[in-house]
Every structure is written in C-alpha cells, then in structure tokens.
Design a protein around this ligand. Structure first.
Ligand SMILES: Cc1cc2nc3c(=O)[nH]c(=O)nc-3n(C[C@H](O)[C@H](O)[C@H](O)COP(=O)(O)OP(=O)(O)OC[C@H]3O[C@@H](n4cnc5c(N)ncnc54)[C@H](O)[C@@H]3O)c2cc1C
Length: 542
C-alpha cells in the first residue's frame, strides 16, 4: 500500500459532484475511516441547489433557503473547499483553487479527478442581454427576479406616465423549454396575485409574455401535453409569442429578431447556456463543448479523470444515444462514476453507464402540471400532485423536506409575501447597451452617472431658445459624457442620444467622486474637458 491516501478530488457542488461524493462516502466508508482514501470537493458555494424547485422561489411559495442543502451535512466525510476553481492541470494532476481571504491560491493534488462543473449562462452574440436580461439558473437569479417583479409593481403604483407604466407592468420571458415555462407560470401567478396589494395597479394592465423560437412550447414533451400547457398558460393570461426569437435587450425593451420591440423593465432569458470556461480550456476531446467520456465515464486518454453531469458528453451504453443534461441523469451518472472509481481503487469490475429516464414533468403553477411518467401522460391537478410528491421525495435532506412541505401547506392559505429584499450592493461601474436612436439621458435629468463609450456613436443635443434642438457634438468610442452634471452637481445640461447601437461603461456618482477627489491627474483631465465643452457650447449659442 502507498504511504499516502488515494486522493479523489471532485470539482463542482451540483447534482453531479455532490452525488459522486455521497456515493463514494458509502462505498469507501472503511477506506476513508482508515485514512487510505481521502475525498475532496471544490465548489464555489457550500450548498447544493435543487434547481427543479427554483421557479417556486419567484413566487415565494417555498422559502428562500429551502432549495438549498448544505454539502457538509450531506457529505460529512468529504473535505469541502468552498472556493472557485481557477485552473485544472491534467498533466501535473493538480487543481488550483482561488484565494479565500487574502490572495493565496490553494493547490490540490489528486489521483482521481471528477469534473462536474456543469455549464454556465452565456448571452454571447445577443446585444444588451448580458447588461439587461435576467438569467435563470442559480438561487441568486430567482431571488433577483422576485425582487425585480416587486420593484416594478412598487414603481408602477406611483408612475403617472402611461408609457413608462406599461413597460413596468410588462414581463417578458424568453425560452419555452422546462425552465422558461415553469418560470413564466410562477411569475404570472405571483405578479397577478401580488398586484392586489397595490392600490393603483389594475390586473388588466399586467402583461406577461413568453417568447419561444419554435411553434410549440415544451418540445421535450409529447404534443398533446405541450398543447395542454399552452392552452392553460394562455387561459391564465400569458401571451404566447411562438416562432419568435429574442435578439437582444436594452434597459427598457426586449428586442425581437425582425425588429419588433416590446417595452419592458423585466426581461428574463432562460435560453442560453455555454460550456464552463474551465471545461472549455481543458485539452481533451469534446462534443458540443462537453467532455467526451468512455462507457465507464472515464476519459479515454486520461485514466483517473472522470466527468459527469451537464459538462460531460455521455453515450448511453444500451441505446447509443447521448444523455441529456438533466438532474435525473447527473445523479445516476454520479453514482455510476463513484462505483467505477471505487472499483479502480479496490480492484473490481467497472460498469458501463445506461439509464432510461423515468419521465418528464413541468409545473404550470396554480396546482397544475404536465407529466409523462413511464410513458403515461398526465396533466392538470394529478400531474401537479405527482410533481410535488416526487420532487419532495428527491429533495436532499429530511430538514429541507419538512420545511418545503410546511411552506407548501401554508402557501395554500396565506397571501404571497411582497417584501422586497434589497440585497444588491450599489454598482460602482456597470455596462449598459442602447440601440440606435435611444435617449441615454435628457437635459434637466439628475446627473447620476458618467458614461464612457465602449463602442458606437452618440450625439449631444441642447435645446436653445429660438433655435430648438441643436447638436453640439458627436462622440465615439473612447470618449466620455455626463461629467458636467456630476462635477457641478446641477441637472443635465444637454440630452444624449445614440446614433448607432452603443455599449457604454457607466460610472456612478460616488465612484466618480472618489476618483475625481483623490486622483489629481484625473481631476485635471475632467476640469480641462469641462472647460473645453462649456466653451464649445457657448460658441454654439452665439
Ligand atoms: C431552472 C432550472 C430548472 C431545472 N429543472 C429540472 C428538472 O425539473 N428536472 C431535471 O432533471 N433537471 C432540471 N434542470 C437541469 C438540472 O438542474 C441540471 O441538469 C443539473 O443541475 C446538472 O448538474 P451538474 O452537477 O452537472 O451541474 P450544476 O448543477 O450546474 O453544478 C455545477 C457546480 O459546479 C460549480 N462550479 C462551476 N464552476 C465553478 C468554478 N469555477 N469553481 C467552483 N465551482 C464551480 C457550481 O457552483 C455548481 O455547484 C433544471 C435546471 C434549471 C436551471
């Protein structure tokens, strides 16, 4: 026996990673106790998120923390590194984890490595979505969406401009797959029920729109169930826009392919997912960005390296079909990989992966769902009851099961909670996107932000008595605007409008003043710029 334990290192604390650790703890109980095997798991968070229940966080029908289970409780014999993974070095069998407090990285060596890093949200190629759309994958996303909905209701209640009010009360979700449909159903139920607490919001002013690129939502389900889901959503007031693709977004609109724009302050996109950058950087064979593994879930050219879950390209040993990226599959793959790792450590036969999905279910809110289980199609209340029962049983941890069951029961009798939790820190710098011909700010507005043009072109316009709107100047990439109001603490002295599609960096008042007051060269630069611009404006007025 070697004089050091065999080290199994798991990357990722989702279904793939956590169920690998859970199964290894059971299978290698003796070896772990005797110090012959050491298990480690690296994940950004110290909990696993039960994503199938995430849509319910929007409406608050389950508590905020109830979709989470602490990994330490589930896997008490695994060393948990609550850190980001920075680098995977397959040649040196070493993983670098990001620094915690301070800046010292942590190097972890392994004999067996399980890559279970899932995939990531990506809005690449869709202008303005990274800046303005809300993703829907993590707990933070569900919480942000819930807060946004409540915030828009608060604003709509006091907004007098009918156009701005319409945008506030329009909610757009893109993506008619399971997560989009479940999210739109919960959002629709929540906003319509919550609106009753707002004196000036009429239910008929609320518009909830689902965009879907194909002719029928829920393409994973049989046609009759998908049609049932469509009818039900429409009956509850969701506007379905089929064969409609989201092209991009701005702060106050969803931009559709074809040029149409829907004025909204809440745009959710459930569509895009891209390979995790760490996976993309691995020098191994991939298919559609996922790591190709052999039948035992080990990489063919890298013995001792395994991959499971959404980041792995796995071919079912019986059917020869690629496995879909679902939690159902990730947990089974994790168990299979754990068994094969145990066999590799102890000596034993490895087993090829094969799993036939038990079924598919999607909740439609208001005690309704669609399900296909063992080939049997169900819809309505029975499907919803099954959905709840099955997911409750699958939720990891008895304490979480009890909490969720209690929340569900109370939700039947209590009104929805409309408390808005303001958890975000004010952003010092943020990115914003504008399409051509949009007003970035108006003359007379309060000056809260300095803008740096990343790309595109804008014009600065001033209203002059007797002359109307006069263009003072055009600005392009690398130039800034908005500094006069920030420095002088007066309202905006001009209007700025985009001439092309524009990306900007917006620096908020506090961040700007910290730099302006403490960095003399920067202060000098802005003082000169303002002087030159004010002189230019005076010349124009003469
Ligand atoms: C809203 C929603 C609803 C869903 N509903 C269902 C459903 O009803 N049924 C179903 O079967 N499937 C469902 N899915 C899909 C299912 O959740 C995924 O297939 C499953 O989570 C994949 O598990 P995974 O472990 O491969 O990846 P993930 O669960 O994505 O886990 C990846 C882990 O890696 C960690 N990680 C990533 N990068 C780093 C890094 N650099 N450093 C450290 N840690 C890192 C992450 O924090 C995370 O813990 C749903 C997904 C979503 C988003």
């Amino acid at each position: 026996m070697a004089d050091r334990p065999t080290r199994v290192l798991i990357l990722g604390g989702g279904f793939g990673g956590v169920y690998t650790a859970l199964t290894l703890e059971k299978l290698l109980k003796r070896e772990i106790r005797d110090g012959r095997v050491e298990l480690g798991l690296v994940s950004r968070d110290n909990y696993i998120v039960f994503q199938p229940m995430l849509p319910e966080v929007i409406s608050g029908s389950i508590g905020l923390l109830d979709t989470l289970t602490p990994i330490r409780r589930l896997c008490p014999n695994t060393n948990l590194y609550t850190r980001g993974v920075d680098k995977i070095d397959l040649d040196r069998k070493r993983v670098s984890a990001a620094a915690g407090f301070g800046s010292r990285q942590c190097a972890l060596e392994y004999d067996h490595l399980v890559v279970a890093l899932g995939n990531v949200t990506s809005f690449a190629g869709q202008p303005g979505l990274a800046e303005h759309a809300l993703p829907f994958k993590y707990l933070g996303d569900a919480l942000a969406l819930r807060n946004r909905v409540i915030h828009t209701l608060e604003e709509a209640d006091i907004e007098r401009d009918p156009e701005a009010r319409r945008a506030l009360l329009t909610f757009v979700v893109a993506g008619g797959g399971f997560s989009g449909v479940e999210a739109v159903a919960e959002l629709n139920d929540f906003v319509r029920t919550a609106a009753k607490a707002f004196r000036n919001v009429e239910p008929e002013q609320i518009r909830v729109v689902l965009l879907h690129a194909q002719g029928l939502i829920l393409p994973e389900l049989p046609k009759s169930l998908a049609e049932f889901a469509q009818r039900l959503l429409m009956k509850r007031g969701v506007e379905l826009r089929l064969n409609t693709r989201l092209h991009g977004g701005t702060a106050d609109a969803a931009l559709l392919a074809g040029g149409e724009r829907i004025a909204t302050r809440t745009l959710v996109s459930t569509v895009p997912s891209a390979p995790n950058p760490l996976v993309a950087a691995l020098p191994v064979k991939k298919e559609k960005g996922r790591i190709v593994v052999g039948p035992y879930l080990e990489l063919p050219d890298r013995p001792g390296v395994w991959a499971v879950g959404d980041c792995a390209w796995i071919t079912d040993a019986k059917t020869g079909e690629p496995c879909p990226p679902t939690a159902q599959h990730a947990t089974r793959e994790a168990r299979c990989a754990a068994r094969n790792i145990a066999a590799a450590i102890r000596g034993g036969e490895k087993r090829a992966f094969s799993f036939t999905a038990l079924g598919k279910m999607g909740s439609l809110g208001h005690r309704s769902a669609v399900a296909e289980i063992f080939g049997i199609k169900l819809s309505g209340f029975l499907a919803w009851w099954l959905w709840r029962t099955i997911y409750l049983l699958k939720l990891p941890g008895l304490d979480r099961k009890l909490r969720v069951a209690t929340d569900w029961t109370l939700d039947l009798i209590l009104p929805p909670d409309i408390t808005q939790l303001k958890t975000e820190h004010p952003e010092g710098i943020r990115r914003e996107h504008f399409e051509a011909n949009e007003i970035i700010f108006r003359e007379g507005d309060r000056g809260d932000w300095l803008y740096v043009l990343v790309d595109g072109e804008v014009e600065v316009i001033k209203h002059l008595a007797g002359q109307g709107d006069v263009t003072l100047r055009r600005l392009c990439a690398g130039e800034c605007f908005g500094e006069i109001a920030l420095v002088s603490d007066r309202p905006r002295s001009a209007t700025v409008r985009s001439l092309t599609s524009v990306n900007v960096l917006a620096v908020d008042r506090d961040a700007f003043h910290s730099l302006f007051s403490n960095l003399p060269p920067l202060r000098g630069f802005f003082e000169q710029l303002i002087e030159a611009r004010l002189k230019g404006t005076k010349d124009e007025m003469m």
